[in-house]
Design a protein around this ligand. Structure first.
Ligand SMILES: C[S@@+](CC[C@H](N)C(=O)[O-])C[C@H]1O[C@@H](n2cnc3c(N)ncnc32)[C@H](O)[C@@H]1O
Length: 211
């Protein structure tokens, strides 16, 4: 298993109590604003990008993720574990309306915020620091993931419950257990082949988690 997948599993174990009850899930993330520097509360969590499992989707793979999602004008994009926000920025450049990126690594959240500002997209992309599993995504029409299958499996019922019918979920390289994708695409890079997955939220999957 790749190191970042292992790290994601550790994180997911740590995060599990937060989603033990969906209704109890709480968004305790912090929005980056102004100069984009997080306060002292972030300091004890810094310098641990390797442990948090950062690996950016290769820039050569990002266009295939955007195309698979079928980004259109008006899309509202959510990216749990947004890293440096390269996928969110590409989604906005492809015509999406707004985006929300959340990363548990404060250093990366700051990098993402700086990248968003540099791209002139601070009015359309919000970056937050914290655990993405507590964030309400019910207004999202597209979700991008590159998180590890264990994380995906924790997120899956939240996607089904919260996302509107017709929303698309694109995951780089990690499946969703028995949830059959609508499409898969292989993206080749010199060192590795990535499998991209697309799912669409239907009424049937929502009914599976209906109370
Ligand atoms: C493999 S990287 C993917 C980065 C980005 N999505 C991309 O495709 O370029 C996974 C990211 O998820 C973040 N992460 C891991 N667990 C998280 C959680 N529970 N909430 C928010 N971010 C998390 C890590 O810090 C890391 O930046």
């Amino acid at each position: 298993m790749r190191p970042f997948a292992i790290a994601c599993r550790v994180l997911v174990a740590l995060c599990a109590p937060i989603v033990a009850s969906d209704s109890a899930a709480q968004d305790t993330t912090i929005r980056l604003e102004g100069d984009g520097r997080l306060g002292p509360a972030a300091d004890e969590h810094r310098g641990a990008s390797a442990a948090y499992g950062y690996e950016g989707s290769p820039l050569s793979v990002v266009p295939a993720m955007i195309e698979l999602a079928g980004i259109t004008r008006g899309d509202v994009v959510f990216e749990p574990g947004c890293g440096d926000a390269r996928v969110l920025i590409a989604a906005m450049q492809a015509g999406a309306s707004t985006g929300l990126g959340v990363d548990i690594d404060p250093d990366l959240a700051e990098v993402a915020y700086a990248a968003v500002k540099k791209a002139g997209l601070a009015d359309r992309i919000e970056i937050r620091w914290g655990n993405a599993l507590g964030v309400d995504m019910s207004n999202s029409t597209v979700v991008f993931l590159f998180m590890g299958e264990a994380f995906n499996l924790i997120l899956r019922p939240l996607l089904w419950r919260q996302l509107p019918v017709g929303a698309r979920v694109v995951s780089n390289d990690f499946a969703m257990g028995g949830w059959k994708p609508d499409r898969t695409v292989r993206a080749e890079t010199p060192g590795r082949t990535y499998t991209l997955y697309l799912w669409t939220i239907t009424q049937a999957v929502k009914d599976e988690v209906a109370p």
